[in-house]
Ligand binder design. Structure first.
Ligand code: SF4
Length: 316
């Protein structure tokens, strides 16, 4: 990894739900003590099942939600302490591509207006030729500017979502399941586009996905999350997993080729309630290797000389 560009330091987010006159509120920790550094130009994947906290992590990175504790630093600037105007300025350097290209584009706006939107939000004049340049960058003809979202296919809409994210020329892009709602044949094209844009614009990517096979195929490093915490970091994305949860995720996936993938099958066993986590390792109830120690002590991340980190008492 090069010099850290994005640094997460013990990032934690707790949500309170319920409460009222007669009820006690419940606390749920969606992200727990996540520490991570990403180098400039790196593409780091964050994977896990639905509800593991990866999307909450993405929103914390961009400070779309406030952390309960911990820090996010971008190129040395602590985003968690910035005032509203300073945060708006810092956001020019960050962008997000959303999962669902259908709901992330306002149907009343033409594509030209969609691509102007980031400049309006930033109260910044849009340089001449930006719309055409961004359409060219994502492989769409200039005439697309006059169209409306309903006139485009799912893949074309996601290309517009990517063009909008890149309009202000950010340094960091958070990709939140950018291909999950697309047909398999289109997914491969969008992944190729994302990879080529990284080279062209020198982007740093945080790639959020439920799909370990896909992330192994495109990312430089992989962070695996389970119930809000990091359980493994693969410095080499194609290295054999050492955490039983990562191994089960990989065994459930089908192929490293996104054009030939199937949906990841759910792991067996019940995920514990995040409102009432059992003592010890959160994966113990589903783990074929669980021991008495696993059910009473919480494993912490231990990193080897090659940067491969695993939180497990009996790694594979
Ligand atoms: S600590 Fe124990 S229960 Fe948890 S993953 Fe490792 S072997 Fe399984």
């Amino acid at each position: 990894m090069t010099e850290p560009f994005l640094t997460l330091d013990r990032l934690t987010k707790r949500f309170l739900t319920g409460g009222g006159l007669m009820k006690k509120p419940h606390s749920m920790t969606a992200v727990r003590d996540v520490t991570l550094s990403i180098g400039k130009g790196e593409m780091v994947g964050v994977v896990g099942e639905s509800g593991c906290g990866k999307s909450t992590l993405a929103r914390l990175v961009l400070r779309l939600i406030e952390p309960t504790s911990g820090r996010v630093r971008l190129d040395g600037t602590d985003l968690t302490t910035l005032s509203a105007p300073a945060l708006r300025a810092a956001r020019r350097r960050m962008a997000m591509v959303f999962q669902d290209p259908y709901s992330s584009l306002d149907p009343r706006y033409s594509i030209a207006d969609v691509l102007k939107e980031p400049f309006v939000v930033q109260r910044q004049a849009m340089p001449a030729g930006t719309v055409g340049a961004m359409l060219e960058a994502v492989g769409l003809p200039a005439a697309t500017a006059q169209h409306y979202p309903h006139q485009l296919s799912g893949g074309q809409r996601q290309r517009i979502g990517i063009a909008r994210a890149l309009a202000l020329r950010p340094d960091l892009v958070v990709l939140d399941e950018p291909t999950a709602s697309l047909d398999v044949s289109i997914q491969a094209q969008i992944i190729d586009l994302i990879s080529s844009l990284r080279e062209r614009f020198g982007l740093t990517y945080l790639f959020i996905s439920h799909d370990l096979a896909l992330v192994r195929y495109v990312c430089d490093r992989i962070v695996v999350m389970y119930l809000g915490a990091v359980c493994e970091v693969l410095a080499d994305p194609r290295a054999a997993p050492r955490h039983p949860y990562t191994a089960a995720l990989l065994a459930s996936s089908f192929s490293p080729d996104p054009a030939a993938r199937r949906e990841i099958a759910p792991l067996s066993g019940e995920i514990p309630s995040p409102f009432n986590l059992p003592p010890g390792c959160a994966f113990a109830g589903r783990c074929p290797h669980a021991s008495d120690r696993c059910r009473s002590e919480n494993p912490t991340l231990s990193t080897d000389a090659g940067g491969h980190a695993v939180a497990c008492f009996h790694p594979l």
